[in-house]
Ligand binder design. Structure first.
Ligand code: AMP
Ligand code: GLY
Length: 416
């Protein structure tokens, strides 16, 4: 099978790594890729937002499967362009990807499907925003309606700051504050059958102890020893399947990866957000634990045959990933610094490995920082403590100017 992956972050590196280890994959391509992906796939300098160019590349490569990683090409209709060219594609249509692209649309789908989520108002004027803030009280949750690359949500007890964010965004969703731990649960779906993966937890704040600004994610782990037994089945029945059924009923079936961001509140499980793609960095740990070869699973979703698939097999230990970010991330990341120690960070027995996010190779073959989140070290182990230890051992070997990472990824969970 020839597979083309679209995107160039750590999520796509994780996808490419798993696909490169699948004996069914004869050729692996990625556009645009990054310096790490180039070690496992042939990279192509194609604009990932250009559906026609992606479809043309897929046709030229005679790809059997195209996997669209990030949300921006999905929302821009890249999966539609590939599907229109008659090539199986893993990733929802633009119409279904609105589940991530518009928070107001997601709320409407959840209302239609009876999915538990925070009560919310869609507001377009300062007066509406003020009324909604006062209806719920502090802490305030204000979300930009559109895609905002992880910067659209403000949670604050400062009413003026909440109002200012609403004014800056235009249309916002203002909702009740959800307390309790967060869980990310991904499901692979062909629009009918829904196959949940294993739960993971992401660390969104920049600094230890959940301090500092929100980021795209600084680390993740799986499994979640503290999560209630039966959580996956509950979320399948109350969230994932009803949402997939609702989108099919509306004539915009969702096929691809449905990401449920959940809060386990004192009043029950609630959806915080949906994404239309694998989450980053949770994908690094979820795929590290997946033992079933990946290509067949993604192809089954792309071709509407998930109901015929054998149950997924999982590594019964644990996985931890720790992100290294550049100086100044997330506000103003510095780029262009040489990264040392990449080879030393890969464990010889494959239990720990580097996945690249914002990196590029220069003419001399050196790898330079090229983004806010630069790379992550992912490790597996028999339990969280061992996986954590291996991941941090890898992190300690890597150096670049101003590198920052959290030191407490999976610490509490590993300690029980
Ligand atoms: P989102 O982009 O929707 O994932 O939001 C980013 C982060 O904001 C989430 O991971 C939560 O930590 C926080 N957040 C979003 N919605 C709420 C809410 N209703 N109550 C509390 N925290 C929230
Ligand atoms: N891990 C958060 C996200 O992918 O949106």
């Amino acid at each position: 099978m020839k597979v083309l992956v679209i995107g160039g972050g750590a999520r796509e590196h994780a996808l490419c790594r798993s696909l490169s280890q699948d004996p069914a994959v004869s050729e692996l391509h990625c556009a645009p890729g990054n310096a790490g992906i180039a070690q496992v796939a042939t990279v192509h300098p194609v604009d990932q937002l250009d559906g026609a160019a992606v479809a043309a590349l897929a046709r030229q490569l005679t790809a059997d499967l195209v996997v669209v990683g990030p949300e921006a090409p999905l929302v821009a209709g890249v999966a539609d362009a590939v599907r229109a060219a008659g090539i199986p594609v893993f990733g929802p249509s633009a119409a279904a990807a609105r589940l991530e692209g518009s928070k107001a649309f997601a709320k409407d789908v959840m209302a239609g499907a009876g999915v538990p989520t925070a009560r919310a108002y869609v507001c377009t004027t300062p007066a509406e925003a003020a009324e909604a803030l006062d209806a719920f009280g502090a802490p305030h949750v204000v979300k930009d309606d559109g895609l905002a690359a992880g910067k659209g949500v403000v949670v604050t007890s400062d009413r003026e700051a909440a109002l200012a964010h609403a004014a800056a965004c235009g249309q916002v969703v203002i909702e009740e504050f959800l307390d309790g731990p967060e869980v990310s649960l991904f499901a692979i779906t062909d629009g009918e059958t829904v196959l949940p993966l294993v739960p993971a937890q992401d660390f969104k704040r920049a600094l230890d102890g959940d301090e500092g600004p929100n980021t795209g994610g600084m680390g993740a782990y799986s499994p979640l020893p503290w999560a209630p037994a039966g959580l996956v089945q509950e979320v399948l029945e109350t969230v994932l399947q009803p949402t997939v059924d609702e989108l099919r009923r509306r004539g915009t079936p969702f096929s691809g990866l449905l990401y449920a961001g959940l809060a386990l509140t004192s009043r029950g499980t609630r959806v915080i957000e949906f994404n239309a793609r694998f989450g980053d960095p949770e994908t690094q740990v979820v795929l590290a634990r997946l033992e079933t070869p990946l290509a067949g699973v993604l192809l089954a979703a792309a071709t509407g045959t998930l109901d015929t698939l054998e149950p997924l097999r999982w590594h019964d230990g644990a996985a931890v990933t720790v992100v290294l970010a550049s100086e100044g991330y997330p506000a103003d990341p510095r780029t262009g610094d040489v990264i040392e120690g990449l080879d030393e960070a890969d464990a010889a027995d494959g239990t720990a490995y580097v996945l690249h996010a914002g990196t590029r190779a220069d003419q001399d073959g050196r790898v330079l920082t090229a983004g806010g989140r630069v790379l992550s070290v992912t490790a597996i182990g028999t339990d969280l403590a061992e996986a954590r230890d291996r991941a941090y051992r890898g992190v300690a070997r890597i150096g670049f100017k101003g590198a920052q990472h959290r030191t407490d990824i999976a610490r509490e969970a590993a300690a029980g």
